[in-house]
Write a protein that binds this ligand. Structure first.
Ligand SMILES: Cc1cc2nc3c(=O)[nH]c(=O)nc-3n(C[C@H](O)[C@H](O)[C@H](O)COP(=O)(O)OP(=O)(O)OC[C@H]3O[C@@H](n4cnc5c(N)ncnc54)[C@H](O)[C@@H]3O)c2cc1C
Length: 393
């Protein structure tokens, strides 16, 4: 790969390495393992990136992006992932930020974008509802006009990190007329508004990440609507494309693959290592080939973004393959853990913790990562989108 990098790119890579090694330090790790479950650690990490001018590589330079070339973005992402450094929390920087700078008013850009860049506001995503997940356009949370405000009532579910959030971006129904996609609007709602209740949903890994958010006659200024009334579906779809592209996680899977290779190369009580087993080696090689193909697909998608095109339906392919590869790697890692059970892989490291290096209460669920094929739109639904818009079936 080095042979493809120019001297400037190699100098940039050294700069990135030096920054990541110096800034992702033990103090930060301690914060990430803190009692509020990643919040203060992530805010601190994003502030360090902001100070360096590197918090939003995907944004246009005029709004605070880095202005990096495609290769520079690739280098940064690879170096981050190779060190096991978590990606930024997506809701502000990857999801609503691009919607605001693309479709928002001048006032909205001025008000929200700098605070997102500085991690002064923590955002969450209010799309899914108890009766509207895959069929998102069936959502029923309604917003009725009353003077210069909307009155919002209904419920959102699976809202990640709503317990930390200052703001929620929400899809709401503003009309029952016509096709269901045509009556949806996109609102930015202050989480301190009277009438909002956040109820925790505790998951099998005993974590509190997910929530149900209830809205009881919540008053939201009309000025907090993105773009036109009833056109929210267009903005929502643009956001989902960014979300799905980000979920592909090529860099993180590359790190996982290299971890598995290292772990599988260990001797077990003089019986040789698992990497020498042809069946295991061929499983590993098959995933590696898929991962390389995904990497090139992602690079193509980045290249089209560089000339101003959105990721489009290809983002579904990235999400689909990226999460399948991640789960295949997790499965392989678990099988390996069974073989080597009882052996700590590195001093102080146990098989329970290798799947999630910065969390405080790492558990086997993190090694499986089952949720990835559900969030961001389930993989079955991504197959439908791919069949229709990519393959033209
Ligand atoms: C960990 C996690 C975090 C999440 N965070 C958020 C968040 O922050 N904000 C938010 O808004 N949402 C969030 N979600 C919700 C997520 O987007 C939905 O779970 C997802 O869209 C699926 O919707 P559903 O759960 O209602 O399942 P359903 O839509 O009820 O689907 C059930 C099953 O039926 C299948 N299915 C449904 N329709 C079809 C079809 N047409 N063809 C083939 N198969 C189909 C699905 O693939 C799935 O297997 C999160 C989910 C998870 C698991």
């Amino acid at each position: 790969m080095d042979t493809n990098f120019s001297a400037d790119d190699l100098a940039f890579r050294e700069e990135v390495r030096a920054f990541l090694d110096a800034q992702f330090d033990d103090d930060l790790l301690a914060l990430l393992r803190g009692p509020d479950g990643v919040k203060s650690g992530m805010v601190e990490w994003q502030r360090r990136l902001y100070k360096q001018g590197w918090v939003a590589p995907g944004w246009p330079k005029e709004y605070g992006g880095t202005g990096w070339s495609l290769t520079q973005k690739y280098i940064f992402e690879t170096e981050r992932a190779l060190r096991g450094i978590p990606d930024v929390v997506p809701f502000g920087l990857i999801m609503v930020g691009p919607v605001i700078y693309t479709f928002g008013s001048a006032e909205q850009k001025q008000r929200f974008l700098p605070r997102i860049l500085k991690s002064e506001d923590w955002w969450c995503q209010g799309y899914s509802e108890p009766g509207a997940g895959s069929d998102l356009a069936a959502l029923q949370t309604k917003a009725e006009r009353d003077g210069d405000e909307y009155v919002v009532s209904g419920a959102k579910i699976w809202t990640t990190y709503a317990q930390h959030a200052d703001w929620i971006f929400c899809l709401v129904r503003t009309s029952q007329e016509g096709k269901k996609q045509e009556g949806i609007s996109f609102l930015l709602i202050d989480m301190t508004s009277p009438g909002i209740t956040v109820n925790p949903i505790h998951t099998i890994d005993s974590k509190h990440t997910l929530n149900e958010v209830q809205f009881d006659q919540v008053r939201v200024p009309l000025a907090n609507r993105i773009g036109e009334e009833n056109k929210g579906w267009t903005y929502a779809k643009a956001l989902l494309e960014h979300e799905r592209t980000a979920i592909a996680g090529v860099g993180d899977s590359k790190r996982k693959l290299s971890q598995i290779r290292t772990h599988a190369a260990q001797e077990k009580w003089g019986e040789g290592c698992v990497l020498d087993d042809p069946k295991f080696a061929s499983r590993l090689a098959a995933i590696e080939v898929e991962l390389m193909a995904l990497e090139f697909t992602e690079l193509r998608s980045l290249a089209s973004a560089a000339v101003g095109k959105g990721p489009g339906a290809a983002s579904s392919l990235l999400k689909l393959k990226g999460t399948e590869i991640r789960q295949s790697l997790d499965q392989l890692h678990m099988d390996l853990a069974g073989y080597y059970s009882g052996i700590a892989v590195e001093p102080g490291e146990s098989w329970q913790t290798i799947g999630h290096e910065y969390g405080s209460d790492a558990r086997v669920e993190f090694m499986y990562g089952r949720a990835a094929t559900i969030f961001g739109g389930s993989n079955e639904v991504q197959r439908n989108i791919t069949a229709k818009y990519v393959l033209g079936l």
